[in-house]
Design a protein. Structure first.
Length: 494
């Protein structure tokens, strides 16, 4: 299946996917027809519907499998396999050795987020066994934080997660599974062990569920016929907006601009899956804390280079934000009842931007050129020419870099006296923070106390630097700083 890639087929939540066949290996092929809604989701997930793990066979028993993934700072990683049956399964019949599960490594030379990287799924390496650390039943193809069974026809074989979410992924999104032991249904039927090798690979894309990503709508376009210009983007719509009456609420808007590695031959899916720049904000636990609309553009070229030259896509990105602020956006998927004909409302006092590298440079430029628009910016390893960003002196910025970043750190240092001369209150501590305090993410008490302490010093611009982190490492690590994300959403435009 080396001809299938995420670049020539964006696996779709609203589209077909399936557990696929390999001739002679007994791998079952299961495909669903596309609903034809014209919008591509980031993966082939339709939990509880006609999506991964939910395609029916004519005979009872195991129906299909899908990979359960999450986008981390190091790229998309496989965190488990969902095994779909035709009826509910008795969790008492499951043990950690019920299945043999394997993951195909990514293609040689793949590094998430790098420009012109090979397709990770064109791997020629053999699948590597990966043993589950938890097994339980669920009503949908998804991991459960408590790893406890609830009634359902899905069995979840969950893998160990790296505590350090910045470690680069080595995964493709292809998995295999065999059922080595008998499995019992809640009605008492026994599904016998089998040597059949199941795969999630299909002729029209791999069956995957990506937590926090599948709810995005991709392949939207902002356009301006008078200038014959357009910009492709993806949008995340909050869950409350999709409920009855959600169109009456005004939401914060976050513009998350990714980096040049997802330009060129990249896709909307790559802007969402190869770094966590945009998708960390759409994770369910993050939306519970800071519900917002998120938009991330997909560029066809580098929008801003190291010579401070930029393309029209930079201003088109602002035009996209401006169009959303008119409160006329009603392009939600017309084939889904929860968003059809709804007009999205944005709170003009709570518009934010963030980005890394080229995305951070673009964010700085947009804030400098349109100071009336943004309530705050979280700038990760981006830089600008000081004379071009003087107007940032009146705005709220949190800039984070690493000591080994020989562009972002020194250029922001040059900006500090320019901003101070223009009246900014800049907090630039001499202390270099410890990146070891970022992970695990549920134990950031010391780091958050340090960051909050600097943010409380009354500066409208705070510039922090972490010891020993280079440019690439900053993307993988700094978006996980909880105090930084919280600070951004505390800002409100006067």
């Amino acid at each position: 299946m080396t001809g299938v890639s995420r670049r020539n087929f964006v696996t779709a939540g609203a589209a077909l996917a399936g557990a696929a066949s390999a001739v002679g290996l007994g791998i079952q092929e299961v495909r669903a027809a596309a609903p034809g809604n014209g919008f591509m989701a980031a993966s082939s997930s339709m939990p509880g519907g006609d999506g991964p793990g939910h395609h029916k066979r004519n005979s009872p028993g195991l129906q299909s499998i899908c990979a359960l993934c999450e986008v981390t700072g190091g790229g998309e990683k496989i965190y488990g396999v969902a095994v779909a049956y035709d009826v509910n399964i008795d969790p008492a019949s499951l043990t950690l050795d019920t299945y043999t599960t394997s993951v195909f490594p990514a293609a040689k030379g793949f590094f998430a987020g790098m420009p012109q990287e090979p397709d990770k799924n064109t791997t020629t390496a053999a699948a590597k066994s990966r043993a589950p650390v938890a097994i339980y039943t669920n009503s949908e193809p998804a991991l459960r934080p408590d790893r406890k069974s609830i009634p359902g026809m899905y069995v979840i074989a969950e893998f160990q997660h790296d505590a350090d979410l910045s470690l680069p992924t080595t995964d493709s999104d292809k998995v295999t599974l065999t059922q080595d032991r008998n499995v019992r249904t809640t009605a008492g039927a026994v599904y016998a062990a089998s040597k059949t090798v199941w795969s999630n690979v299909g002729q029209r894309g791999n069956s995957v569920v990506i937590r926090g990503v599948d709810a995005w709508e991709q392949n939207h376009w902002w356009w301006d016929d008078t200038r014959s210009t357009w910009l492709e983007y993806s949008i995340y719509l909050p869950k409350s907006f999709l409920k009855e009456g959600g169109e009456h609420k005004a939401y914060p808007l976050l513009l998350a601009v990714t980096h040049s590695g997802t330009s060129y031959d990249g896709t909307c899916a790559q802007t969402l899956t190869e770094q966590c720049i945009a998708t960390i904000w759409s994770l369910p636990e993050e939306q519970d804390r800071h519900e917002c609309v998120i938009v991330t553009p997909r560029y066809e070229r580098t929008t801003m280079n190291d010579y401070w030259e930029h393309t029209s896509d930079v201003e088109n990105t602002y035009k996209l934000v401006e169009s959303l602020l008119r409160n006329t956006w009603n392009y939600g998927n017309p084939n889904l009842d929860d968003r059809r004909d709804k007009v999205l409302k944005i709170d003009p006092k709570r518009v934010y931007c963030t980005g890394w590298s080229m995305g951070a440079m673009t964010s700085l430029w947009l804030m400098a050129r349109h100071p009336q628009t943004f309530a705050g910016g979280l700038i990760i390893a981006g830089q600008q020419r000081p004379t071009d960003v003087v107007t940032l002196a009146d705005q709220k910025l949190l800039i984070i870099t690493g000591t080994e970043d020989n562009k972002a750190t020194p250029w922001n240092e040059k900006c500090v006296p320019v901003w101070e001369h223009a009246g900014a209150r800049v907090v630039r501590p001499a202390e270099r923070l410890d990146p070891e305090l970022i992970f695990p993410i549920d134990d950031q008490k010391k780091l958050n106390s340090q960051v909050d302490g600097y943010l409380a010093k009354g500066g409208n611009i705070t510039f922090l630097t972490f010891e020993g982190v280079d440019h690439m490492g900053s993307a993988r690590k700094f978006f996980y700083i909880k105090a930084a994300r919280d600070w951004l959403f505390q800002q409100v435009k006067a």
